[in-house]
Structures are given as C-alpha cells and as structure tokens.
Design a protein around this ligand. Structure first.
Ligand SMILES: O=P(O)(O)OC[C@H]1O[C@H](OP(=O)(O)OP(=O)(O)O)[C@H](O)[C@@H]1O
Ligand code: HPA
Ligand SMILES: [Mg+2]
Length: 173
C-alpha cells in the first residue's frame, strides 16, 4: 500500500537553503580545501547537492553508520557499516548529515573521528530536531530546525523507502 506523504519542506525551499549553506561554507573555507565526509546512506543526496555549490576545492569520503534499522526509533546502538577510505590527518573535515535527531550518531562519529587527527572537524546537517536531543552535539551549519515528526525524502527513509523524494515530507499514519 502507498503511504500518504505531506510536504514539510518543498524542493524549492530545500534547494534555496543548500545554496545558502554552500555559499557560507565557501566563504568560511576560503583559501583552504574542505574534506567532506558523507554519512551514508541518509547523507548522500544532501552531500551531492551541497558539494556542487561549494567553490573551494572539495574532496569526498564516505562512511556508513546505522542505528535506526527498519523502524522509526533509534536502537541507541550506532554501528559502523563502512569506514572511511582515507586518513583524516591534517585535513579540514566537514561531516555532512541529513538529520540530527537524538544526536547519538553524530556524538559517536565525532568521538571516533576526532582521534584521527584532522586539522579541524565541523558538522553540517540539512535538518535538525533539537527537541529530540539526548546527547549534546555542536552543529556548525544547519539547514532547517524541524518539529518532532518522522520525516522522509532527500536521503531520509522510512524502512528504506522514500530516500529519493526531492522534498522533505512526513509519512501520515
Ligand atoms: O541523531 P540520531 O538519532 O542518531 O539520528 C540521525 C541518524 O539516523 C539516520 O540514519 P540511520 O541510522 O537510519 O541510517 P541511514 O542513514 O543509512 O538511513 C540519519 O540518516 C542520521 O544519520
Ligand atoms: O525523522 C527521521 N526520518 C528518517 N530517518 C531518521 N533518522 C533519525 N530521524 C529520522
Ligand atoms: Mg544516516
């Protein structure tokens, strides 16, 4: 059966926001290059769109972590499914995420990546659900603060579906 999806942020709103964040990152990293870490799978769409709008040199690496499984609740246990290919030593690293919800994924990632000696480590997320936070994380670039609703689209899934929607929606139950 098809789920009913209500649009929370339209494709135009999301595109406009990514453009703004891209400009801001390009200004902040002027004269340097930025090493983007895409957090798979959710971060893939945002990373691609953002990287295209950054004007300083960009390098990319991918890491896959998972804590949500097939449901809408975090298991609380973050698992590395795929590690980075390249070392981080001396690099200006920017982690790119689709959403910060409980904050567990990012808190865990930051803890392990900090130990790999990056020159700097910053964090960029398209969506932030501050109400749901159980662990403190410092966000450097955030697109939208959203209410406590389970969202899909732009990389975000519900049981692996809807990642390809070009907007952010809420699955109506
Ligand atoms: O702040 P948190 O409560 O930790 O939630 C945020 C994380 O959860 C989702 O990933 P998920 O673990 O579902 O894996 P996926 O990206 O492969 O869908 C999302 O893409 C974030 O990475
Ligand atoms: O709202 C959400 N939607 C999809 N995946 C998620 N992972 C954490 N929060 C969410
Ligand atoms: Mg994810």
């Amino acid at each position: 059966m098809e789920d009913k999806i209500r649009v929370l942020l339209s494709e135009e709103e999301v595109d406009k926001k990514i453009e703004e964040i891209g400009k801001q990152i390009s200004r902040d990293y002027e004269g340097r290059s930025v090493h983007l870490i895409c957090v798979l799978k959710g971060g893939i769409f945002f990373t691609c769109e953002l990287a295209k709008r950054i004007t300083v040199p960009v390098t990319l690496d991918f890491m896959s972590v998972s804590s949500y499984g097939a449901g809408t609740k975090s298991s609380g246990v973050v698992k590395i499914v795929k590690d980075l290919d390249e070392p981080l030593e001396g690099k200006d690293v920017l982690i790119v995420e689709d959403i910060i919800d409980s904050g567990r994924t990012l808190a865990y990632l930051i803890e392990i990546l900090k130990k790999r000696g990056p020159k700097s480590l910053s964090l960029c997320t398209l969506l932030d659900k501050p109400e749901r936070r159980v662990t403190d994380v410092k966000v450097d670039y955030a697109g939208f603060n959203i209410p406590d609703e389970f969202v899909v689209g732009y990389g975000l899934d519900y049981a692996q579906k809807y990642r390809n929607l070009p907007y952010i929606g809420v699955v109506e139950v």
